[in-house]
Design a protein around this ligand. Structure first.
Ligand code: TXA
Ligand code: MG
Length: 412
């Protein structure tokens, strides 16, 4: 187990302490950073507090929440309320032990049986007999959970259907009227949500791809034959389902057009087909331009690349937890939107162009922020260059989120 020591006299500690108190006594949820995305947290043992999450997000209450812990001891007490440290029989099922050793604290959620005498509020599990549990690795999340002394239920801190928030500004944009506290830990390190796994069924199943790649899971004892239990096939084909049945998720206002790995982004005259009233198009690139390629660079891009090279080696924290946070990159400073005009038969089209780089971790870290940034710029459509996911890495999570966000799919 991890141990967090907090200097209670430090300026920033006052905010964490106030947030922990709010979690204990208030029914208004608190937003906090995790290494994956920002979470909207509430005391998982109090129904009224958990209901506050659903109402702030506008989330349907049949979608269960993940419960966050700061230590294994705290989790064991939920699984077996009379658990004490001298118990030799671990209430955490053995199938999960190799995963916990390898990936916790970190971007992995495991499904566990919810005991009949569970302290968790029924609203957390949305009527299921199981619950999802995770120990995050962000130091501010761990400090907050540990200070509150409660298991913390937390979905992503976005308005329901919007892209998940990977910076405090995203949370403020969606939820400012609904909540009164956001702990700002800077941009998130991973950028996509945790991988959700069910080891209670045999063979075990991945319910949601995320920050831990499936290939990484397969290396663990008992997980070699893990099945993929999420549906990407329907999303991939883009076949329209019954009207109103499309499960909107991760979606900005602008329509998202996903170019599956292997098909290329349109340019020139081809781009007109994606325009609507504003004649503004957003591009999210993952291949066709990267920071280090000097070929075909316009002067503005060269300047941008130099700015990136400069911020790349630069670490900064937006909180006083300098030592703990200094390894977290400020990825969003690297989201460079360059803009140019294309003259077409339908008039000039303004193109806003974001290159996430070619590295999968960078793409995952920046993808939600890029969708949000282009949406704020009022583009008609966002054309996204898909990535190859055949290595079963975090790329599978990126493509899964993009497929859910996209109204149109090209190729694949
Ligand atoms: O990275 C993350 O997991 C973030 C941060 C805040 O920790 N949280 C997050 O929560 O993404 P949310 O509520 O947006 O997604 C929870 C996912 C959903 O896909 C939900 O269906 C699944 O976990 N889930 C929760 N409890 C479950 C259960 N008992 N059985 C199956 N799936 C469950
Ligand atoms: Mg979510």
């Amino acid at each position: 187990d991890l141990e967090i020591t907090l200097d209670a006299k430090a300026y920033d500690a006052q905010h964490i302490i106030a947030a922990a108190v709010q979690l204990r006594i208030s029914d208004v949820p608190v937003a906090f950073p995790t290494e994956t995305v920002y979470g909207l947290g509430a005391d998982a043992t109090r129904s009224e507090a958990v209901k506050g999450i659903y109402s702030a997000k506008g989330r349907p209450s049949d979608n269960p929440l993940i419960v966050h812990f700061s230590s294994l001891g705290q989790l064991r007490k939920v699984l077996r309320p009379d658990y004490n440290e001298s118990d030799t029989n671990d209430p955490i099922p053995a199938i999960y032990h190799p995963l916990i050793r390898r990936f916790w604290p970190g971007p992995l959620t495991i499904i566990l049986p919810n005991p009949s005498d569970s302290p968790l509020a029924p609203e957390v599990t949305a009527g299921l007999s199981t619950f999802g549990a995770r120990i995050p690795r962000h130091p501010l999340a761990l400090a907050l959970i540990s200070l509150s002394g409660r298991p913390i239920a937390a979905p992503s801190a976005n308005a329901s259907t919007k892209p998940s928030p990977t910076a405090a500004e995203h949370v403020a944009h969606d939820l400012d009227e609904k909540i009164d506290m956001i702990i700002d830990g800077g941009p998130c390190d991973v950028g996509v949500e945790s991988t959700v796994v069910d080891g209670l069924s045999s063979p075990p199943v991945v319910l949601r791809p995320g920050g831990v790649g499936i290939e990484e899971l397969r290396k663990c004892e008992g997980w070699k034959d893990v099945r993929v239990g999420y549906e990407d096939a329907a999303e991939k084909s883009g076949t329209p389902r019954a009207p109103g049945m499309k499960y909107r998720h991760y979606s900005p206002k602008a329509r998202v057009v996903l170019f599956e790995a292997g098909s290329r982004l349109p340019g020139g005259e081809e781009i007109v087909g994606h325009c609507q009233q504003n004649n503004r198009i957003g591009l999210i690139r993952t291949k066709t331009w990267d920071f280090n390629a000097n070929d075909e660079m316009t002067p503005i891009r060269r300047a941008a690349a130099q700015a990136v090279a400069h911020t790349n080696g630069h670490h900064e924290t937006s909180s006083g937890f300098a030592g703990m946070l200094q390894t977290l990159h400020k990825q969003h400073e690297r989201l460079l939107t360059t803009s140019h005009k294309i003259s077409t038969s339908a008039g000039d089209v303004a193109v806003l162009d974001i290159a996430l780089g070619r590295n999968v971790a960078d793409i995952a870290r920046g993808v939600f922020a890029a969708l949000r940034e282009l949406d704020l710029a009022g583009v008609d459509a966002i054309l996204v260059e898909g990535i190859d996911e055949s290595d079963n890495s975090v790329a599978a999570a990126v493509m899964n989120r993009l497929r859910k966000a996209a109204e149109v799919h090209v190729g694949g």
